[in-house]
Design a protein around this ligand. Structure first.
Ligand code: ZN
Length: 173
């Protein structure tokens, strides 16, 4: 499916809703899945307001819906950048300073032994984000932590509220 760009938004939305098109197909067609989702009522990823742990003018930080570990978190820019190579230096500095802060807080709140960081936005179109993946004491160190099996997100209300508190995030209704 390489002609999604020729379709109307409504047609793409219908394909997403029917399960025929997902993030990978949008990416392959040169459509940013993250921006498409944000501009079309979260049709692709669903409403993530319950998973947001920090937000400001430039960044959104949230627990991922299909985590590779408890506390698996993503930070993405609000503005569109294809990948890390496309961001400006100021944004680069800011997201790494923010990532450092969030990593320390995740380590503390989840009692992780370490937290890994990766970014691998790829394909014809993507939306820059970094992933923070905790590594626990019962897990071996090393790169296999980047590909731990994904699980379904289960809310841990206490930890969620603690993350928000430490990141000084007040959720507006
Ligand atoms: Zn985008």
């Amino acid at each position: 499916m390489d002609n999604l760009k020729q379709l109307k938004n409504e047609e793409i939305i219908d394909l997403i809703k029917s399960g025929k098109v997902g993030a990978a197909e949008l990416t392959d067609s040169g459509i940013c899945p993250t921006c498409f989702d944000r501009e079309n009522g979260n049709v692709l990823y669903g409403d993530n307001t319950g998973k947001i742990i920090f937000e400001d003018d430039k960044f959104e930080c949230f627990l991922v819906g299909n985590p590779r570990a408890d506390g698996h978190t993503a930070i993405s820019t609000k503005a569109h950048f294809k990948d890390m190579m496309a961001i400006d230096d100021e944004t680069c500095k800011e997201i790494f300073v923010l990532a450092k802060k969030v990593m320390n807080i995740i380590k503390d709140v989840y009692n992780a032994e370490s937290v890994y960081l990766c970014t691998m936005c790829d394909g014809p179109m993507n939306h820059f984000h970094v992933q923070l993946i905790p590594r626990y004491s019962f897990e071996k160190r090393g790169s296999k932590n980047f590909v731990k099996p994904r699980a379904e997100y289960k809310e841990d209300r206490e930890k969620l509220l603690e993350l928000r508190k430490q990141l000084n995030y007040k959720q507006h209704e």
